[in-house]
Design a binder for this molecule. Sequence first.
Ligand SMILES: [Mg+2]
Length: 245
Amino acid sequence: MSSGSDRLHTILHIDMDAFFASVEQRVNPALRGKPIAVCGANARTVVLTASYEARAHGVKTGMTVPEARAICRNLIVVPGDHTRYTDVSRRLLAIYQDYTPLVEVFSVDEAFLDITASLILFGSGEAIAAALKHRIRREMGLSASVGIAPNKILSKLGSGLEKPDGLVRIELRDIPMLLEDLPVKELCGIGPNLERALAEMGIRTCGGTGKGKHGTTGRPLWDHRPLSENHGARTGRPPRRPDRE
Ligand SMILES: [Mg+2]
């Protein structure tokens, strides 16, 4: 996928909601509507994915099973079946490829789709996103959240803003409001080491990356800021932290 700015691209990021847990609930109807945690196979396992019913009790990815059970006494622990998840992922890819050949599989439950050239066939980005969500639900019994944006990093941010079952478009004019105060670690690709390095440069928010000459990441973000002069012309969407699952 090109990141060239000579023309705007339309990129979708599709992120399956609570993927492992949702697949298990799909396969085993007895688990539906129940707080479940999909875990690894060994005894010292941690929660890989919790169902939304378990999240309502505070169960989170990365907790140990005893920690999760302590806050959710009726938690059902399900060993993960990666063959099953890979198979679902492969079938999802086949659905995506009905809309564009430009699919970048990002993880077992996430993919980027460049639908720029598909718009003329299928209509708007929203129409394609809605069609994909509908097919994923009908054919796979699963729910997905989709971000639509001019580039991958913003589309990934968008898919996390209204989970589960979200559909969010981020346009260039939304960038100042969305990014100004967003901690840099919320952006895909900024892990603990880069976060620390940026903090040492005094940069803690995405807005901060543009306030100096901060290399290949900060400069392009800053270059999108001419529209930030419209600080008053906000979209009415309050700043939110993205959900990464
Ligand atoms: Mg996910």
